[in-house]
Design a protein around this ligand. Structure first.
Ligand code: OGA
Ligand code: MN
Length: 223
């Protein structure tokens, strides 16, 4: 067990169940942990997002990667801020350290070739959505595990913005799905290559921290 953000919390923080995460990533391939983040971490991450928004440092997210990266407002409408290792804020430092621990645990327990992490804070405006997609890019299959943390403290049923996860990798969007509420403190993880998913239209602004554990970089020009 690791204590997510342990040094940030004055009260006892929920521990992150690493073994349970590994078991569920093994099968069925996705995991849902409601109410797993301490309140102080949620507040700090929201503060950063609001600061970036006020400083006009959020930018419209793109679709694809590298030279193929393209703004596609008909596919997704969130604005994002990429986390960087040099970020001085404790919440980002602790998040990145938690992601390193998760990465090491999944490497060891599932023999996954995980080498790095990338993540961004995201804000969906009212009416924002992300159409059905896979997170692993065809030309660059580096993203292995998606990990999303939700930061919506007042989310109510009817507010929209649920994560719709299509639970059958074989059937994709023709198959069954589960809708997960984006309530603050929830963490969802899944295999990036296998699970189609979408963000349903949000009726209130929707905040999250989305990231990926990545495998070895493959240069698409050399395959
Ligand atoms: C993404 C994504 C889902 C969510 O950013 O690729 O699918 O629930 N996000 O925020
Ligand atoms: Mn996605």
């Amino acid at each position: 067990m690791i204590n997510l953000f342990s040094t940030l919390v004055e009260f006892s923080a929920p521990s992150f169940p690493l073994d349970e995460l590994a078991d569920q990533i093994a099968a069925p391939g996705y995991a849902h942990f409601p109410n797993i983040m301490p309140a102080s971490a949620i507040v700090e991450l929201i503060d950063i997002l609001e600061e970036k928004e006020a400083a006009d440092a959020l930018h419209l997210a793109g679709v694809g990667q590298g030279a193929a990266l393209d703004r596609k407002p008909e596919i997704r409408s969130d604005s994002i801020f990429w986390l960087e290792d040099v970020d001085p804020s404790p919440a980002v430092i602790h998040w990145l350290s938690a992601m390193r621990q998760i990465r090491e645990h999944l490497r060891r327990s599932l023999f996954l070739p995980l080498e790095s992490y990338e993540g961004h804070l995201a804000r969906y405006p009212v009416g924002g959505f992300y159409k059905p997609h896979l997170d692993q890019h065809q030309a660059c299959p580096t993203r292995q595990i998606t990990i999303i943390a939700y930061l919506n403290t007042d989310w109510q049923p009817g507010d929209g913005g649920e994560l719709r996860l299509y639970t059958s990798p074989e059937q994709g969007i023709q198959g069954p799905h589960i809708d997960f509420a984006p309530t603050a403190g929830t963490i969802i993880a899944f295999r990036s290559a296998d699970f189609w998913h979408e963000v349903l239209p949000a009726k209130v602004p929707r905040l999250s921290l989305t990231g990926w554990l990545r495998g070895r970089e493959i240069d698409p020009t050399k395959v």
